[in-house]
Write a protein that binds this ligand. Structure first.
Ligand code: ZN
Ligand code: ZN
Ligand code: ZN
Ligand code: ZN
Length: 241
């Protein structure tokens, strides 16, 4: 999380000996002591000489420049100090360095007591940050429960659809088997019918031939059409003869 191993140094190394807080716009004197720009300005305000507030050595510059790398380190350190190491969430207001004890419902962000009376949040509804985090926790819990429920329903839906598809598959398979069975029966019946027809034809021929012989014997007629008709058609249809 820390961007520099230097941040593991004790905070005193980044503290101004005048204000005892972490440097703001630090400047380094030729004696290598550092101070906040504002603190040094304040120290030098009524003095003739530009000397170090710690070691009294004279500074070579009247307006020493901000030490940018030290400034960056201090900002990182301040940021880290404002952050709860266990939750990673900020505990101090970056503007006022006060505890973020309130939660602005309008802006949906944690704010400090100074923020609350500031112009930005003056008319906004605020609740204690503990209450807000409790509410957020409850909201998270509810969401998690519903997510579990949705997951369960999705799985249930998938299982039922799969079961239905399987059932349909089995049904159509059974139907197919039945149709095949019927086709087999039909073709075996057709075979039987053909066989019977074949037998009947043979019998007809043998009957006709015997009948023909008999008929020729009895009345001198040659075996012919009328005889065949009387066999196959209505028995009472004799007047056509
Ligand atoms: Zn200072
Ligand atoms: Zn010094
Ligand atoms: Zn604030
Ligand atoms: Zn607000």
């Amino acid at each position: 999380q820390d961007r520099s191993p230097l941040l593991s140094l004790p905070e005193e190394d980044f503290s101004c000996t005048v204000c005892l807080d972490i440097f703001k716009d630090p400047v380094m004197l030729s004696c290598s002591h550092s101070f906040c720009q504002a603190c040094l300005k304040e120290c030098w305000k009524d003095k003739e000489s530009r000397e170090c507030p710690v070691c009294r050595r004279r500074s070579s510059k009247d307006h020493p420049h901000t030490n940018l790398s030290l400034k960056n380190l201090c900002e990182a350190l301040r940021e880290r100090r404002q952050t709860d190491p266990t939750t990673g969430s900020k505990v101090l207001c970056s503007q006022h360095s006060e505890k973020l004890s309130l939660f602005c419902l309008e802006d949906k962000e944690p704010i400090c007591l100074v923020c609350q009376v500031s112009r930005k949040h003056k008319d906004h509804d605020c609740i204690p940050v503990d209450e807000a985090s409790q509410a957020q926790h409850t909201e998270k819990q509810i969401k998690a429960e519903f997510e579990r429920l949705h997951q369960f329903l999705r799985e249930e839906e998938e299982a039922r659809i799969a079961a239905l598809k399987e059932e349909e598959k089995q049904k159509s398979q059974k139907m197919k088997e039945k149709i095949e069975q019927m086709n087999r029966e039909i073709s075996s019946l057709s075979d039987t019918i053909r066989a019977i027809e074949g037998e009947l034809k043979d019998e007809d021929i043998s009957f006709l031939s015997t009948a023909g012989v008999r008929g020729a014997d009895r009345c001198g007629k040659t075996p012919g059409k009328p005889e065949v008709q009387s066999l196959g058609e209505d028995e009472g249809d004799h007047q056509t003869q």
